[in-house]
Design a protein around this ligand. Structure first.
Ligand code: N01
Length: 536
């Protein structure tokens, strides 16, 4: 690490912000590629990101572990269940960090307060809660679902008991024998409600919109099967490929043919009918929008929990709190000793966007104020040179493993570093996405998103921002994304040198910036691209 010569602070080639699944993955891939001069800045005291923060009872992953793990750090013989719990996933990430020798690069307890691009020196100035860094390249791996939201509720301050968010579980709060109110019925709620119902004296569930719920085919992985995966890794790889392939096939229904999801709807209705006999409750739990519009939830324990006599489902949002009394939007009144908000995250307005200032003096949040979050290939943003975002805009998925998207972006990161090196010595050149390339990419995304179930399914969800634009999900298969970010297209970037604060003028017209990936996308629409090996 070379000194910046400007007071306390150190310079690195790459600074990664965040040590969750994506930041840790970046560290592993950087290390394996021989990049030694990098640091991972993490505000928490350990690795794990969302799998460290979310410790609510019942917290688990709704994607099978064989697929929800790095292809480059297989763990097949060690997952105790097909769908792992939070502790096992966190332990996996810690084990990967240890095995890969990431420790010396990790800096815990460093919250990134500000990141500012220095056009003269071509580097990022990063101020953390402890010290300052400069970096040629910044990798934002802060996570799309890391900032919990508690909605404003009239009188909430007057509540006479513990109040907390599902992602910041208060383990000191006594729940046994208490009446617990849960607000929200998303992926977190369906996991924590059954666990709460097993201990609390009563659960009052405030449901604004009923979710579609399918059974979760979870099971303990027998020792013999684990041994097989351990001894014959090809069997685990084959199973992972199968899990991946089935989800890839279904993707087309989400993105192009929402009516083809009717079979899932029938299955979910049958699940509800089978589990809930009371017609009144069943009707309250029946969604009135297309399945898949919001995340499809997997739980075999949710409906059985709701039919218990001490669990009350109130089909309305929480409108007001008066002492221990809770008043729902439909006027229903109930009492509680504890309130748990399972109300989701700030996905379309990430707080880190207010802390990152680019070459024109605007923050990411200001840049995205009109038109919402936009990036090039979900990864880089015009006006923010040498900034790569992992799980950036439109890289989320509705039905398969996000780890696949992360790994694809890591290929892009390494290719980006290769290209930078090809262009000049460290600190002598930077790359910034051409605005036309960003516009072109997003125009194509918007067109494709327009026909997805997320936009047409008749629901409101965190996938779309306040203007209704879907800025979070990728409207294609993971294979297609992988192809789109396998290599950096130099034509999509302008080169910056310290002498020129401004990028070279754009040479091509917007029409000419139709990219390789877009051409591939069209090829797929016209009959499909050439086969690509599954990410196993
Ligand atoms: O949050 P959500 P989550 N009054 O935003 C309700 C991932 N995840 O934490 O549907 C009353 O989905 C809101 O109601 P409505 C996964 O990607 C993954 O559950 O908007 N209610 C909704 O029911 C997931 O999608 C796993 O009408 C209010 C709920 O709160 C994402 O995290 C596990 C309200 C919020 O649901 C977020 O899931 C868990 C208000 N003012 C989470 N505001 C895996 O297994 C909001 N709601 C991988």
């Amino acid at each position: 690490m070379r000194s910046t010569g400007r007071g306390p602070g150190r310079h690195v080639r790459v600074a990664v912000v965040g040590a969750g699944f994506s930041g840790l993955g970046a560290a592993v891939r950087l290390g394996r590629a021989g990049v030694r001069d990098f640091v991972v800045l993490e505000r928490a005291p350990g690795v794990g990101g969302t799998w460290r923060d979310n410790t609510y009872p019942g917290c688990a992953c709704d994607v099978p572990s064989l697929l929800y793990s790095y292809s480059f750090a297989p763990h097949a013989g060690r997952w105790p269940r097909t769908f792992s719990g939070q502790r096992d996933i966190r332990a996996y990430l810690e084990a990967v960090a240890d095995a890969e020798g990431i420790g010396p690069h990790l800096r815990f307890g460093r919250e990134v307060l500000e990141m500012r691009w220095d056009s003269a020196r071509l580097h990022w100035e990063i101020t953390t809660s402890r010290e300052r860094w400069t970096a040629d390249v910044a990798v934002c791996a802060a996570g799309p679902l890391s900032e919990p939201v508690i909605p404003p509720i009239a009188g909430l301050d007057s509540f006479l008991g513990p109040v907390f968010h599902s992602a910041r579980w208060d383990h000191t709060a006594e729940l046994r024998g208490k009446r617990v109110a849960v607000i929200g019925t998303g992926a977190s709620a369906v996991q924590l409600v059954p666990a709460l119902a097993a201990t609390a004296a009563g659960v009052r569930l405030f449901q604004r919109t009923p979710p579609w719920v399918l059974p979760r085919p979870d099971r303990r992985v027998p020792a013999a099967e684990r041994l097989l995966y351990e001894r014959l890794p090809a069997t685990a790889a084959a199973r992972r490929a199968l899990l991946w392939g089935v989800r890839e096939l279904v993707t087309r229904a989400f993105t192009r043919l929402p009516n083809a999801l009717a079979g899932y709807e029938a299955l979910a209705r049958a699940h509800l009918r089978w589990a809930v006999r009371d017609p009144g409750l069943r009707s309250r739990l029946t969604p009135d929008y297309r399945i898949g519009c919001k995340r499809i939830l997997l739980s075999s324990a949710y409906y059985p929990a709701l039919v218990q006599p001490h669990v009350e489902t109130i089909a309305a949002s929480l409108a007001e709190v008066r002492g221990r009394r809770l008043i729902a939007g439909d006027g229903t009144r109930t009492e509680a000793d504890v309130i748990v908000f399972a109300t989701g995250f700030r996905a379309t307005e990430p707080p880190i966007a207010h802390r990152v200032t680019g070459s024109d003096g605007l923050t990411l949040a200001e840049t995205w104020r009109d038109g919402g979050m936009r990036a090039l290939r979900g990864t880089s943003v015009a006006g923010f040179p040498n900034l790569l975002m992992l799980l950036g805009p439109n890289t989320g998925l509705g039905n398969t493993s996000l780890v696949l998207m992360i790994e694809s972006q890591l290929d892009y990161l390494l290719d980006y570093l290769r290209l930078l090196e090809e262009y000049g010595a460290a600190g002598s050149v930077a790359l910034t996405p051409r605005p036309a390339a960003v516009r072109s990419w997003n125009a194509r995304l918007d067109a494709r998103l327009g026909r997805t179930v997320w936009n047409t399914g008749g629901c409101a969800s965190w996938y779309r921002d306040a203007e209704g634009r879907n800025t979070t999900l990728w409207p294609g298969s993971t294979r297609e994304f992988r192809r789109a970010v396998r290599r950096v297209d130099p034509g999509e970037y302008a080169r910056l040198t310290p002498a020129e604060a401004e990028p070279e003028p754009e040479t091509e017209t917007e029409a000419e910036t139709e990219t390789e990936a877009e051409a591939e996308t069209e090829a797929e629409a016209d009959g499909g691209p050439e086969p690509v090996a599954p990410p196993v």
